[in-house]
Design a protein around this ligand. Structure first.
Ligand code: UDP
Ligand code: MG
Length: 334
């Protein structure tokens, strides 16, 4: 029998956990030949989320869960889920039932047809405000423009990943995570199936415009260094213009004398160049900041407990060292 793990990142979702479990397991019962396991990742919730999950785990041995020492963000929660998931495939789902469980048999069907990464593509963004929709549109356009990879449009984290993809994603330990870009980066055979995002079953979203802006910058900078290159190009372009203008100004002064004027031109050029320089510095700074954070090699998340037991290891990396894997590798070399 094939095994699929459902990874559910949860942050302050006490109102929907039980309903999520009920609705999903109702659908899972209709799927033959597959054993489903839940892996809830409690991302440092401050409400009764963990208690609600524990309640489920008591009643159903197919429910597994871990909790973080604090809120690390959804990207980190998904990574932890992928690190610890077992089985032939995983499905990433939000806890708030915005990802309709009815689609799961469909995802599995395409997986059985040989696709490694079956994702749900939203066909409407109608429930979103006009501004958010426009910004999302702009973001995808920009990302597509500057990157070499085919970015999946309007595809969220609701997807089925074959164990091969999971293994590949586990290799990517970077701190600043743009998971959506990673799914693209790893390649494999991809299939997109359409779905309609449902309204939240309860609770409320933790995303705001600032967080979305951050995610967008994250997406751009972790995916491509094109902004740096664009800065160079722009610098070249401006320098070229400056040289032409210099020739023009010098020529005019030689031919027609130099009546000291041109304060407006001077100001305009100075302010413009000042702005361009600050912008370029900012772009460099964005990348430098990322190098700084990444070079510290901190774990992406810290686990407080797994299935209710306190854990002493922080991440799978450390767990492997604990069991002596590192030493074995040395033996091989000798
Ligand atoms: N989530 C999380 N950590 C966070 C924020 C959100 O694990 O810091 C989870 C949340 O519980 C939900 C999923 O990520 O299962 C999507 O979050 P949300 O519904 O708030 O985002 P939206 O659907 O509005 O994009
Ligand atoms: Mg949601």
């Amino acid at each position: 029998m094939e095994k699929i793990t459902i990874i559910v990142p949860c942050y302050n979702e006490q109102e929907v956990i039980e309903k999520f479990y009920r609705e999903t397991s109702r659908v899972f019962r209709t799927v033959d030949g597959i054993s489903f396991t839940y892996l809830f990742v409690d991302d440092g919730s401050r409400d009764g989320t963990l208690a609600a999950i524990k309640e489920l785990a008591r009643a159903d041995s197919h429910v597994s869960y871990m909790s973080f020492t604090r809120n690390f963000g959804k990207e980190a929660a998904m990574m932890a889920g992928l690190d610890y998931a077992e089985g032939d495939a995983v499905i990433l789902m939000d806890a708030d039932l915005q990802h309709p469980p009815e689609l799961v048999p469909n995802l599995i069907e395409w997986w059985h047809k040989g696709y490694d990464d079956v994702s749900a593509k939203r066909t409407d963004r109608a429930d979103e405000a006009w501004f958010k929709r426009t910004m999302a549109n702009f973001f995808y356009r920009l990302l597509q423009l500057v990157s070499r990879y085919e970015v999946q449009r309007d595809v969220g984290d609701f997807r089925l990943l074959d164990a091969r993809c999971v293994a590949a994603l586990r290799l990517m330990r970077e701190n600043q995570r743009f998971t959506k870009g990673m799914f693209t980066w790893i390649g494999f055979r991809k299939k997109e199936i359409p779905f309609k995002v449902q309204p939240r079953a309860g609770g409320h979203t933790t995303w705001n415009y600032f967080a979305l802006y951050n995610l967008a910058i994250e997406g751009l900078t972790s995916f491509t260094t094109a902004p740096l290159r664009l800065t160079t190009l722009f610098g070249l372009f401006v320098s070229l213009l400056a040289i032409l203008y210099m020739i023009f100004v010098a020529g005019r002064a030689m031919l027609c004398g130099d009546p000291v004027a041109g304060y407006p031109t001077l100001m305009t050029v100075m302010l413009f160049l000042g702005g361009v320089q600050l912008l370029s510095l900012g772009i460099i700074g964005e990348y430098l900041g990322r190098v700084f954070t990444e070079s510290k090699h901190r774990p992406v998340y810290l686990i407080d407990s797994f299935d209710g037991r306190r854990v002493t290891y922080a991440s799978p990396v450390q767990r492997e060292t604990d069991t002596g894997n590192g030493e074995e590798r040395n033996d091989d070399k000798a």
